[in-house]
Each structure stands twice: as C-alpha cells, then as structure tokens.
Design a protein around this ligand. Sequence first.
Ligand code: T4K
Length: 369
Amino acid sequence: MSKKIFVTQPNLPPLEEFNEYLKKIWDNKILTNNGEFHQELEKELCKYLGVKYISLFSNGTLALITALQTLKITGEVITTPYSFVATTHSLWWNNIKPVFVDINPVNFNMDPDKIEAAITPKTTAILPVHVYGNPCDIDRIQKIADTYGLKVIYDAAHAFGVKINGNSVLNFGDLSILSFHATKVYSTIEGGAIISHDEKTKQRIDYLKNFGFADEVTVVAPGINAKMNEVQAAFGLLQLNYVDDAIEKRKVIANLYRQQLKGVKGITFLEARAAGDHVDSYFPILIDKLKYGKDRDYVYDELKKHSIFARRYFYPLISQFPTYKGLDSARPEKLPVAEQVATQILCLPIYPDLTMEVVSKICKIIVSY
Ligand code: T4K
C-alpha cells in the first residue's frame, strides 16, 4: 500500500526551533491569558497581514461566535450554504436564524444579486465566506449593507494573506474572522482571530474572549473562554517565518495542476490570480458528469483506491444538515447553483511538501480513467 496522501498536511517548522520557544515557556511558566507570545503574535500578524487590530482566539469557530456577540447581532442573518458547517453553527449558537442565499457559479461565493430578496425586518447582518480564499464581491455587499443598515462579518477562514489590489481582504466589512487550524495555510495548531478596525471594538472583543473581564473584579459582559494559549502563539510566531515559502510552494503545485488538467473535457478549475492576491489554500475542481463521462464520486473513489484522499469541500451543503434542512431558505430549489456545485466539487491535495510526482500521478488518474 502506498503512502497515504491527504487533502492537506500541516507545514511544520523545524522541531529544534520550536523547542527554543517551549524552553522560554517552561522558564517563565506563563501558559495562557495574554502572555508574552500572544502579545507578540498579535503585533506580528498585524504587520504581516496589513491590518490594524487583531484578537487571537483558540479556534476559528469561537472567533465567529464571538464576532456575532461583539456586534450584538440578533434576529436573522443572511449567509451561504456553501461553507464549512461552523459558519452557520456560529449563528445557531447565538440563537440567530440563518437565511441562506445562493452562490455565484464563478467562485462559489455568496451571490450579491440574491441578497436583497432575502432581507426581512428581522435581518441584522450578512455573513459571507471568502470560499477557498477567493474574495467575495465586497463592494456590492457593502453597498447593500449600507442601504439596509446591516453589519457585515466575513468568514475569512480560508483567506489568510489574501489581498485585493494590495490591500488585505480582511480590511473590509465590520469584522473578519480567520482560522489557524492545522489544515490551513497558516496554522497555530488550533487557532483563530477576529480582525477589527478600531481600538474600542478590539477592546470589546478582548473582554468577550476572556469571560468579560475588564480587570480583576469587573465583568462587563457575559464573555466566554476563547483565548489562544502560549504554545499555540509560539507555534504561530515560528510559522510566520515559513509561511511565505509555503505559499510559494502551493502556487507551484496549483500551477502544475492547472497545466496538467488544462483542456480535460468536463474538468474546470478556478483561474489563477495575480501573485499576492491569492494563497492557494485549496485546489478545487468541478467535474461535469455529462462532459467528463464519470461523476465526481467516481474520481473521489478512484483516487482513494490509490491512497489519495481528496475531499468534497463543501458537500453536503450546510442547508442539507438536519438542523437547517427545515428552513424555508434551505430548500434546494432556492439554491440551484450551490446544489449543483456541491455534487461536482472535489478539492485535490495541496500542501507545501506535496511532490510534483504525486501531483502528476493524481492528474494522470483523472485524465485517464
Ligand atoms: N469557517 C470556515 C469557512 C472553515 O473552513 C472553518 C474550518 C471554520 C470556519 C472553523 O474554523 P476552526 O474552528 O476549525 O478553526 C477541516 C478543519 O478541521 C476545519 O478547520 C476546516 N474549516 C475544514 C474546511 O476542514 P475536516 O473535518 O475536513 O478535517 P480533517 O480532520 O478530516 O482533516 C483533513 C485532512 O487533513 C485529514 O484527512 C488529514 C489532514 N490533517 C488533518 C489534521 C487535523 C493532518 O495531516 N494533520 C492534522 O493535524 O475539517
């Protein structure tokens, strides 16, 4: 049996270097609660990402839940069914009703043309996702939000380092959240963040992620415990030294896939974008059964036979899970593009250590079924 190839693999920094950080933690015995590494990582990430304020979290899901608390979002929120389930779960955990709108067929992000029809008197915010790190139609979403007095929170879990004309995609909307999970381009093992644009909001987020404590005896809000610990922060500081190289390697792999799969009937992929504007967090392809001759699940199973574990991100749609299925906005006829993409999508392995031989092998299997 050949070595298993997964959709992704963490990019681990040299162990000796991590040991140096661990030694410092062992020496000063501060393991969590806004320690030295936590503070340093917030500063370094602001510089690296080109954002004003960042608040670190223990994971992206708690960052999402807390972002909604920060802005006191209630009632109904317009969102996408085409994402990881945590996006919608964050609404559920805040007792907010998700209202799904369809995605566009170009980059599978929320279709701005569908938003206005979904607004009701109870709508308070829009929660779009920059799927696979491709930016949403930020200008149009903001215009709608301004017109109807809605907040915008971007789930930017896939969009670490993504820019639009040189400006971080995280600088748009009221808040953005990131995930630093082990499967992401940049990781702190588990981890996440909220990006905010002013000091007061950052302060409120920091209270909320620490039980609501403003000082030793003052609790200003019913906060949660969502703090990143020092081991995660240390790992993150070290990862920052290697992330540019990791993104470069991903780019090479993505280009190789594009070259080798170009022109295969029934296979489409997202176009390459300018360097710096994209970080190739995923390599999704669409498989059109009528043109290709076999369906997506055939390719998924065929790759599995060769110990290659591609993933169907995002199938099933969130709107198909039992918690959400009964919602009127979850009806498949209301989400035709998302329904179709979910049956055709396959994310191929992409991570810095993936060899060119394996990429070629994957392409060969797809080209010659
Ligand atoms: N919003 C969006 C849009 C998201 O995509 C996510 C997370 C979130 C919010 C929430 O952020 P977090 O709370 O997670 O920070 C994975 C990740 O667990 C999840 O973080 C991610 N999105 C989602 C798209 O993918 P699974 O269930 O597919 O993970 P898993 O364990 O099957 O991992 C995939 C492959 O990666 C494995 O087959 C092997 C490899 N792997 C995985 C881990 C965890 C490793 O090689 N090493 C590892 O440590 O959800």
